[in-house]
Design a binder for this molecule. Structure first.
Ligand SMILES: [Fe+2]
Ligand SMILES: [Fe+2]
Length: 254
């Protein structure tokens, strides 16, 4: 980023902060969510620093701050080495097992928020669906995408109410974006509507902190329902390989 762009960026940040104070809302950065504690922004004076220290290099390989990934990483490797806390996903999946859902829907519950624990919050249902699309049944992808939208709409037929937490988090007057409302209309009439809806039913936020679920409980379900590429996630030349690589090396400079 050049100096002019940088100052624009800094000013935008200052404006954002001022706006946040005026409106009294909390800005949560959407990107690199799981690594939010680390500062991955490029040094503002990278050019000058490189001149002053010719041995200095920008990060293009493995990140020494993160655990090393195997050469051919599996979904389970991502859960263990890259994803943020996954208790919510594990508990949702167990809830789905107890609710008698099919194996593929248990997998959908297990994976429904992987974009959020992996690298991005905003539109995480759309991102998550895309991440797994080459490796799971089409219905699983569809349902993960749909949960993003269906979360905002009640369905009394299955006892799903608009989440009280959304009233607290977004305000009582919050209205979903127009594209969400449009998607809802399409999804409501889709043959897989109830599959997407089931994710929201098992998307539980009030869990018992004493209940501990291990990923190993789902090893077989993953094995039977997630087509792990032989080359490893990120290296199979699929249309989403770069997205998995972005989680392997989230701070890669270019
Ligand atoms: Fe979600
Ligand atoms: Fe969730």
């Amino acid at each position: 980023m050049n100096d002019a762009a940088l100052s624009l960026h800094a000013r935008a940040d200052a404006m954002e902060e001022r706006k946040a104070r005026e409106l009294d809302y909390l800005v949560v950065k959407s990107h690199i969510h799981s690594l939010a504690e680390a500062d991955f922004s490029a040094p503002p004076n990278a050019g000058a620093m490189l001149k002053a220290n010719p041995n200095l290099r920008l990060l293009m390989g493995d990140d020494p701050r993160l655990p090393k990934m195997p050469d051919k990483p599996t979904l389970i490797d991502f859960f263990k080495l890259r994803f943020g806390p996954s208790a919510h996903l594990l508990q949702s999946a167990r809830h789905a097992v107890k609710g008698g859902l099919s194996e593929k829907m248990v997998l959908a519950c297990l994976l429904h928020d992987i974009a959020g624990v992996g690298f991005i919050r905003g539109d995480h249902g759309y991102w998550g669906a895309q991440l797994v699309e080459p490796y799971v049944d089409e219905e699983v992808t569809w349902a993960i995408r749909a949960h993003q939208v269906l979360r905002f709409y009640a369905d009394p037929s299955v006892g799903y109410e608009y989440p009280q937490s959304y009233v607290t988090l977004f305000g009582a007057d919050y209205e979903p974006d127009a594209y969400v409302a449009e998607d809802y209309k399409r999804m409501r009439n889709h043959k897989w509507y109830m599959s997407g809806r089931m994710i929201t039913v098992h998307d539980i936020y009030s869990f018992d902190p004493n209940v501990h679920v291990e990923l190993e409980e789902f090893t077989d379900i993953i094995g039977r329902n997630f087509k792990q590429p032989a080359e490893g996630l990120g290296f199979d030349n699929s249309p989403v390989a770069h997205m998995w690589r972005a989680m392997i090396r989230p701070a890669k400079y270019l």
